[in-house]
Design a binder for this molecule. Sequence first.
Ligand SMILES: Cc1cc2nc3c(=O)[nH]c(=O)nc-3n(C[C@H](O)[C@H](O)[C@H](O)COP(=O)(O)OP(=O)(O)OC[C@H]3O[C@@H](n4cnc5c(N)ncnc54)[C@H](O)[C@@H]3O)c2cc1C
Length: 343
Amino acid sequence: MNYQQIIVGQGLAGSLLAHQLIKLNQQVLVIDNGNVHSSSRIAAGMFTPISGKRMVKSWMVDTLYPEVIATYKELENLLDVQFLNDMNIQMSFASIKEQNDFYSALNDKINKYVITETTPHQGLNAPFGAVEITHSGWLNTLLFTEAFKKYLINLNSFLQEQFDFSTLTYQNHKWHYKNHTANSVVFCQGYQNKNNPYFKHIPVIDNKGDVFKIKTTALNNQKIYKRGAYAVNLFDDVFKVGATYKWDNDDTTPTPQGYAELKDKTDVLIDGSYEVLEHVVGIRPTTKDRRPILGKHEQEQNMYLYNGLGSKGVLIAPYFSKIMADFILNNTVIDNEISTNRF
Ligand SMILES: Cc1cc2nc3c(=O)[nH]c(=O)nc-3n(C[C@H](O)[C@H](O)[C@H](O)COP(=O)(O)OP(=O)(O)OC[C@H]3O[C@@H](n4cnc5c(N)ncnc54)[C@H](O)[C@@H]3O)c2cc1C
């Protein structure tokens, strides 16, 4: 079949890019191998306007946040599935020092995102008090990617298989892949970019994260609860709790060390009993300067890379997928300030 674009990878990057291209009347073919350790299938999917140990305003959040809400709501309507959970983060302090540091860091840039008068939920371990972060929420990334895959299948736009680079050729101004042709090919492979013969020189840095699925009655579905680790409610008394951060590690086997580290964090987060139902790991595709990667191959015709969503794919992908679609269709110049530029 003939397509305008072949997209390799159906995580957040590939899915949201496909969505933007389809909206612009493009026929796309998305190819994904269904790797259960992909970042997008494991992620807790949180987004927040202030982050990091020092609680600074997230990069570009005033531009990114409106796109988050608009895009995922649009997708909920399109796919008829609810996956966006627009809710505050109730965050408790780990110490008096952390509480003091937080209040002294409050300034005009972040004041509007913080509710200081808050009574912590009793199941949140909060001996030093808590605050609430507004303009936050979480995306059920597994529900979203599964629903989007079904939508692509209905459009005859999805292949579940390992992309076979050896069958990709460029002839007569078209890319040929098995019995399909396309004007351009876009690689959105997350951490598996290292196996891409065209783009493996572009540094996508592995960052491994452990996540639990737990059962507890100590928390509820009203808020995201955070104290170092965070918990989001999946359904009934079942929560996703994350995460750990390990650099340069792409081993997707859960380890006893990962379990112990996350267990310690969960013990600090929850004031109550819980049962660990599942322990999984995923690999974040990060970059040194924490900027996403949007680029075009220097030699190959119409071949693109979209990657590097790091630990904030939910927040970053809606806006940057629009930029990427525009780049592919109109060759718009991408500002070096907003994309890792190593091409
Ligand atoms: C533990 C953990 C917690 C996280 N928590 C959050 C969070 O709270 N908030 C947030 O915003 N982000 C979070 N993230 C990060 C987020 O998951 C990523 O930013 C985002 O999902 C990356 O999406 P992606 O599409 O670039 O990559 P991926 O999700 O890795 O998708 C790439 C896809 O390409 C496929 N693929 C690769 N190579 C091939 C091939 N050769 N053939 C076929 N298919 C291929 C893979 O199977 C995969 O489906 C978390 C990540 C982890 C691991």
